[in-house]
Design a protein around this ligand. Structure first.
Ligand SMILES: Cc1ncc(COP(=O)(O)O)c(C=O)c1O
Length: 463
């Protein structure tokens, strides 16, 4: 028999497995009582409102929705602390990919929770980190990607910061960045300079020089490629040798669910390569949302991108990169990178999606998209003045309401919340969209039918 660490024998202890099963069974039993949308319990309402008010004051601003979870849900449904039950079709803006109280995720989290520390960090990581790194890199290289390394971090924007640092160090002293109009990359001092929304950098000093390129227009395939190539060439002529990176979302998320095209991206990448500019793909929102695990795989850009940022659905955040972008010692590090529970949940979720019927033409992601989209399309035919679309791809589904009016779209999301469905806004005037980031691991067609009925009812409440 080969030698085992005490840790290995600890995790093999039958008491651990029995206790875990007991906990998972208890979760299942309580969770199964959550079966449908429900209004708040009148007896819990007052204390809930007090909590909301105190929390809002402590955090320095009201919550977007009056949402404080009770700590349990059932699949696509979540219970709030006031006893109400809602469909969660936004999943914390794209995080709770397997929905609420999923037994497999709970079991994985327990494995992480009973390890010796709460957090893993750059200096000390447990045996679960190497396993996760291998899974993600193997998947990124599935179609010959050729990525060598991955660096885990604590948020999507930190993955972006790290990618930018690697690109800048490689191209020193270049100081400029290229990005798409309407892009969202996060909100650190550096990255807020790239995210194309002025309110996110209101009052901040300038940290980076950014030049913006128009995004792909599916109504003008050739024209939009020509436009972007012309703009790129103009930039390289004006600032020769000064660009370090091109930052791209392949499907714009916060910007309004605009989907790009392989030809468009390749036209940009070819020019970037000629000018020795690193290509950073931001998959913080798109990871596990197309019918391929990575959107760069869907658009067949495997061999052409240099750095890829993931987050949200992946439960941990990371930058995946090639050896020629390897930073010199000291450039990137972090005290803690993630919790043991998140690392274990990440492994469980990514492994399920990669290997258990989610990907490809017949996978759950594509089937769910088709079903949800067809139902929204039916609704748009019924109520053409109120709803257009749907837009997006895979697990990103959006619609335009009231011709894209921001105030009315917001009013809709608040009413929809009251009626029992969580959604969110993307884009802005005059192209506001209402979007859904669905709990792919949990969602059923019945959930979609019920949500469609609630959407229709809510549209009927707004003129
Ligand atoms: C495309 C994209 N990049 C980066 C981020 C930033 O991620 P985080 O909020 O985890 O820092 C987001 C967050 O919404 C995003 O959608």
């Amino acid at each position: 028999m080969s030698k085992k660490s005490i840790g290995t024998t600890f995790f093999e202890d039958s008491r651990i497995n029995e206790a875990k099963q007991l906990l998972v069974d208890a979760v299942k039993e309580h969770s199964s009582k959550i079966t449908k949308v429900k209004p708040a319990d009148p007896e819990l309402k007052q204390s809930y409102e007090q909590i909301l008010e105190e929390f809002g004051s402590n955090r320095g601003g009201k919550l977007f929705y009056n949402y404080i979870g009770s700590g349990i849900g059932n699949g696509s449904l979540v219970e709030l602390a006031d006893g109400s039950v809602k469909y969660d079709f936004i999943t914390g803006i794209g995080v709770h990919y397997f929905g609420h109280s999923h037994p497999g995720v709970i079991a994985a989290q327990i494995d992480g929770a009973i390890t010796n520390t709460t957090m893993s960090g750059n200096l000390q990581q447990n045996i679960d980190s190497p396993k996760l790194f291998k899974l993600i890199l193997d998947q990124a290289n599935k179609n010959g990607g050729g990525f060598d390394h991955m660096f885990m971090t604590s948020s999507g924007v930190m993955a972006a910061e790290n990618a930018l640092k690697m690109a800048f160090q490689k191209k020193h002293p270049a100081s400029r960045v290229l990005a798409f109009e309407g892009c969202f990359m996060g909100r650190t001092m550096a990255v807020a300079a790239i995210t194309d929304k002025h309110v996110y950098r209101d009052g901040l000093p300038k940290t980076l020089d950014v030049d913006y390129l128009p995004f792909y227009d599916s109504n003008d395939h050739e024209g939009s490629i020509k436009k972007v190539v012309d703009k790129l060439e103009e930039c390289f002529k004006r600032y020769p040798g000064q660009y370090a990176a091109m930052c791209m979302e392949l499907i714009q998320g916060e910007g309004g669910y605009w989907v790009g095209h392989k030809d468009f991206f390749m036209a940009i990448i070819d020019i970037c390569k000629k000018n020795n500019v690193s290509v950073i793909v931001d998959e913080v929102q798109t990871f596990m949302r197309t019918k391929e695990l990575f959107a760069f795989q869907y658009f067949e850009l495997d061999k052409h991108v240099d750095l890829v940022n993931i987050g949200k659905n992946s439960q941990i955040c990371a930058t995946i990169y090639r050896a020629d972008h390897k930073p010199r010692p000291g450039l990137i590090s972090q005290t803690f990178t993630s919790s043991g529970s998140a690392i274990n949940a990440a492994y469980y979720i990514i492994n399920e999606v990669a290997n258990n019927g989610y990907l490809g033409e017949d996978g759950k992601i594509e089937k769910t998209h088709k079903y949800f989209s067809s139902k929204l399309e039916e609704l748009s035919k019924k109520l053409p003045q109120k709803i257009e679309g749907p837009w997006g791809m895979g697990a990103m589904v959006g619609m335009t309401l009231f011709k894209g009016d921001l105030a009315k779209s917001k009013e809709f999301t608040f009413k929809l919340f009251e009626n029992g469905v969580l959604s969110f806004i993307a884009g802005g005037n005059p192209f506001t969209r209402v979007r859904f980031l669905v709990p792919m691991g949990a969602i059923t067609n019945t959930d979609i039918d019920n949500v469609i009925n609630i959407i229709e009812k809510t549209l009927g409440e707004i003129d």
